[in-house]
Design a binder for this molecule. Structure first.
Ligand code: ATP
Ligand code: MG
Length: 427
């Protein structure tokens, strides 16, 4: 089964010297060690790996004996981070797949893996990995690729294929469904027919994944430069609705926010999950703003909190990102309310820039008038007193009359006035 491949496209200049040093040091101490996973896959596809992982038969304690500066990490299993200058090399011990005989506590009643912390050999380690292209080992000393699962053939045909029976592998860990989408989006790989066919029957199982793990996967899907494509693929496989309550007419804002995030990443500008969460849940938030009963409305919970809390049951939103989302949303009606007092307040707000970027996305989808976006673009460079005087008269009086209504109702109303009617997102 093992193929040793000496003819391959790995460009040695792209291999981290620090990772090679870690491997050589482990070998000198009598252990087996290889580069593995995403870095080997990316090198074979001609891409620059973002980090380098090493797999070895040394246990975490053995690794600690070999390297003075290490840190033990890992929620689900122990991994060693070896620091080499500015680089951190992740070293993990070969593990084996669980078999039918490994019942509890390793599997849940539904067949999901709860623990996979059993050490194994390199060939066992290959078969417990998710996709064939992720199960290739590179020996930098001999310049050889070890292929146990047919990964080289799939690299050549740009195919993403689960190792083993697809339904079983998705059942064991449904997050592999999202990983399939992510690798396909990031690397332009085509899902193998059998892998793709297993998504629909297994996707409901994503509901059983802890929200914190889904948040991690959310950031990898959408904040690594290929979010727009990942969203398209999620949509094609009807997975969006499993992750978010995204109403169909909310897609336009979500897609533009993703395109803008991808663009910022290409330009090495900072990005934040909060901006995307604000976009994904925007339509849901607007739906919650619909004036309901006025009775005791001031005692009702902020609709922003209601919407964020509902999302937390699927994907957890760390507190600071939750506050970011609230700020961006709460600033939208204030952006539409151009009185001199408000304009000064909004410009000084620490989330003004994010709220403005969000407004521009709303303008681009027809969810807010272009004139409003253009006004705020100018307001950042020109004296606002002058701009305020240029506004058609009556605008600010109309706003003032609305004061005194409860805050949230006022927010919703202002947004619709600014749009010249109810919220309709153009498709
Ligand atoms: P990236 O470039 O995004 O880091 P990666 O392939 O390195 O891609 P990681 O999440 O860093 O992805 O995982 C490293 C390796 O561990 C994978 O290549 C795969 O072999 C294995 N792996 C990770 N998650 C799983 C999983 N859920 N099931 C099976 N194997 C996995
Ligand atoms: Mg990795």
């Amino acid at each position: 089964m093992l193929k040793r491949i000496t003819e391959h496209d790995i460009d040695r200049a792209r291999v981290s010297e620090k990772a090679v040093a870690v491997i050589e040091k482990l070998r000198d101490a009598g252990f087996e060690a290889y580069l593995v996973g995403g870095c080997v896959r990316d090198l074979l596809l001609g891409q620059v790996p973002k980090d380098f992982d090493v797999a070895t038969d040394a246990t975490p304690d053995d690794v600690r004996q070999v390297f003075p500066r290490v840190r033990l990490v890992g929620r689900r299993f122990r991994i060693v981070h070896v620091r080499m200058g500015r680089e951190i090399i992740e070293v993990s011990t070969f593990r084996r797949a669980l078999s039918e005989e490994d019942h509890e506590p390793h599997f849940s009643d539904e067949g999901m893996i709860l623990r996979d912390n059993l050490y194994g050999t390199v060939d066992q380690d290959a078969f417990r990995r998710d996709f064939t292209v992720n199960a290739l080992y590179y020996d930098p000393t001999a310049d050889v690729v070890l292929d146990y699962c047919g990964g080289m053939k799939d690299i050549a045909s740009r195919t993403l294929r689960l190792i083993g029976d697809p339904k079983t592998r998705f059942r064991e860990d449904p997050v592999r469904i999202l990983r399939a989408i992510r690798f396909s989006a990031k690397l332009g790989l085509n899902l193998h027919r059998d892998t793709e066919a297993a998504i629909a029957p297994m996707c409901e199982m994503l509901n059983a994944i802890p929200p914190a793990r889904l948040f991690d996967e959310f950031t990898k899907l959408f904040l690594t430069g290929h979010g727009e494509r990942a969203f398209e693929l999620l949509s094609d496989h009807e997975l969006v609705e499993i992750l978010f309550p995204l109403p169909a007419h909310g897609e336009a804002v979500a897609k533009l926010a993703l395109a803008s995030t991808d663009h910022r990443i290409r330009e090495h500008k900072p990005v934040t999950p909060g901006f995307l969460i604000a976009a994904f849940l925007w339509q849901e938030y607007l739906d919650h703003l619909e004036p309901t009963s006025t009775l005791a409305s001031s005692q009702q919970e902020d609709p922003a909190s209601t919407v964020i809390a509902a999302q937390q049951s699927t994907i957890s939103i760390p507190r600071r990102h939750g506050w970011f989302v609230r700020d961006v949303w709460h600033l939208q009606p204030l952006l539409a309310n151009r009185t001199s007092r408000n304009v000064a307040r909004v410009l000084a707000h620490r989330r003004f820039r994010a709220a403005y970027d969000f407004l521009m996305i709303r303008c681009a989808t027809g969810d807010a008038p272009d004139e409003l976006g253009e006004w705020w673009t100018k307001a950042q460079t020109v004296e606002t007193d002058e701009l305020l005087r240029e506004l058609p008269s009556g605008r600010s009086r109309r706003r003032r009359r609305r004061r005194g209504r409860n805050r949230r109702r006022r927010g919703a109303a202002d947004m619709s006035v600014a749009n010249g009617g109810p919220q309709v997102v153009e498709q």
